[in-house]
Design a protein around this ligand. Sequence first.
Ligand code: ZN
Length: 101
Amino acid sequence: MTPSRRQLEAYRLKHAAEEGRVIIYRCGRCKRETALLAVDMIEIWNPEMKVYEPPARCGFCKASGRMTVRFYIPTRGDIGTLRLRRPNGVRRLWKWQMYEG
Ligand SMILES: [Zn+2]
């Protein structure tokens, strides 16, 4: 079953978090996958984010327009086998910045 465009439009990060979803981004060029917990993402990104829209660019090979996204609900079988990308303890992303003295 493919959800309609309107349903996708209404589906936001907060909904994915409520449903306990894992969001998996995949690059069609380098084939790398990144699985993230929606409940982790909501700590960092806007809860109203349209999660079905994949990033424009691959974070690994920098290819643009090759990313796809899918949603997944983990089961007991995933315990200890599903590899996730998770925030570090302080739940803060790092950025590059010049030395300011
Ligand atoms: Zn890539």
